[in-house]
Design a binder for this molecule. Structure first.
Ligand code: ATP
Ligand code: MG
Length: 420
């Protein structure tokens, strides 16, 4: 598992704030659901014959004999939770979530066994307008992060469940005719799930997949119309895309329009977001038929992209607003009292009080270590209660100024409100 260090947490907090704002402003509400689910839930939704379920899930039997898995993705758990709590009954619902996902893959740059996603799901809307809304939302998120030029949208139409069934039979025949070029895993899927072979990263399989009969020939008029309308809506919204007929996604529940946002900056792990429609899933999991669509964003890859491109704003870093030090290094009840007062006065600010004494220069170094904005130096005269403090702005050089200790809050508030 990858450790997440404080600097990364600060970046993630920034990403989360941005995503919450973008999703919230379009009426999406946050939902939380467990990391552990019945294994059967993932088998029924993602599909038994997929890489995720066959090879990548952390599954075990618990002490009571239940078959449990750590969630490899969010959609299945989100649907299960929303349905169980009546959120999907006869209504539309816009939801988002975030949190860790688990897949037993080969760990490498951009691919971890515990990773994190921001996900978003919309239920009860059958038209292409919701697909456009969701894609536009992701585009707005990239814009907000300054990534609009670094991510490209790839789009494909994988048809309805019935379209895919028809196509699977034809694809299966074709794959069987070139079975000796496929790897053993793919050969095993020719009958059970030939579509998955199109999603393979194995070079031999890819070559075979390239010459496969195209799905587009086997789409129903409804799928074609839906997809065409989506493309028009995207064009009207000024969102560029390229069509990628080999984009099939690694999960079985998708239908009709599917997409990925990819970047050229992150090497092989190029997908930052993947999504699409999944109109059959709610009914498949025991609910009433409910059209649905959603996407998931890989937070680690997104953070890596921002760092690589140097697009992190100053507020994505931790910063103490005020750091209180004491001249003379004495451990002082007065500095703690001042910190208490300032925390009451500025409840949203980060007020840090030097602990453990030490030389003035060492204390100042600690303040810099915390990326502090204002240094408050308490002048402690021998035997007398301190009367004044010296204020230094560590991010903005001006002459240090003195303020009476009782009224220093006013001056601190004024200095902090000067945004840099
Ligand atoms: P990939 O093609 O890279 O394996 P995927 O299609 O398996 O991705 P999805 O199931 O679509 O991934 O998940 C959505 C996003 O989650 C991906 O676009 C990616 O950014 C991220 N993601 C998926 N698996 C991992 C992982 N093991 N480590 C880090 N991020 C991941
Ligand atoms: Mg994958």
């Amino acid at each position: 598992m990858n450790d997440i260090l404080p600097d990364q947490c600060a970046i993630w907090q920034y990403l989360e704030d941005c995503f919450r704002a973008v999703a919230g402003s379009r009426g999406y509400r946050e939902i939380r659901f467990p990391l552990l689910e019945q294994t059967q839930l993932f088998k029924r939704s993602i599909g038994e014959v997929t890489d995720i379920v066959e090879k990548e899930m952390y599954s075990f039997e618990d002490a009571g004999g239940d078959h449990i898995s750590l969630r490899p993705e969010g959609t299945a758990g989100c649907v299960r939770a929303a349905q169980q709590h009546g959120l999907l009954y006869n209504r539309q619902q816009r939801l988002w979530y975030q949190g860790p996902m688990f897949r037993r893959e080969r760990p490498q740059q951009g691919r971890y066994r515990q990773f994190h996603q921001f996900g978003l799901e919309a239920f009860g809307m059958a038209g292409p307008d919701i697909d456009a809304e969701i894609i536009e939302l992701s585009a707005a998120f990239w814009r907000r992060l300054g990534l609009a030029d670094s991510l490209k949208l790839e789009l494909n139409n994988i048809g309805s469940a019935a379209d895919r069934e028809r196509y699977s039979a034809i694809l299966g025949e074709y794959l069987a005719s070139r079975a000796d070029e496929l790897d053993p895993a793919a050969r095993g899927r020719i009958r059970s799930n030939p579509l998955r072979i199109l999603d393979s990263k194995h070079p031999g399989n890819r070559q075979v997949a390239r010459d496969a009969p195209a799905m587009t020939e086997y789409l129903s008029p409804e799928s074609v119309a839906h997809y065409a309308a989506l493309k028009q809506l995207l064009a009207a919204a000024g969102i560029g895309f390229t069509e990628n007929p080999s984009l099939v996604r690694g999960l079985d529940y998708y239908n009709c329009c599917v997409y990925e946002w990819t970047t050229e900056v992150l090497g092989a792990q190029s997908a930052v977001c993947g999504g699409g429609r999944y109109d059959g899933l709610v009914a498949q999991l025991g609910g009433r038929p409910t059209p649905a669509a959603g996407f998931a964003i890989g937070v680690e890859r997104l953070a890596m992209l921002l760092e690589t491109l140097g697009k992190l704003p100053a507020n994505a870093q931790f910063r103490a607003d005020v750091y209180i030090v004491v001249i003379g290094g004495a451990i002082s009840a007065a500095s703690q009292a001042l910190a208490r007062r300032l925390r009451e006065q500025f409840p949203d600010r980060r007020i840090v009080c030097q602990c453990g004494g030490g030389k003035y220069s060492q204390q100042v170094k600690r303040a810099f270590d915390m990326n502090a904005r204002l240094l408050v130096v308490m002048e402690q005269a021998e035997g007398e209660p301190p009367r004044q403090v010296k204020l230094r702005d560590l991010h903005n050089s001006f002459e240090p100024r003195l303020a009476p200790i009782d009224q220093c809050g006013q001056e601190i508030g004024r200095l902090l409100s000067q945004n840099l």
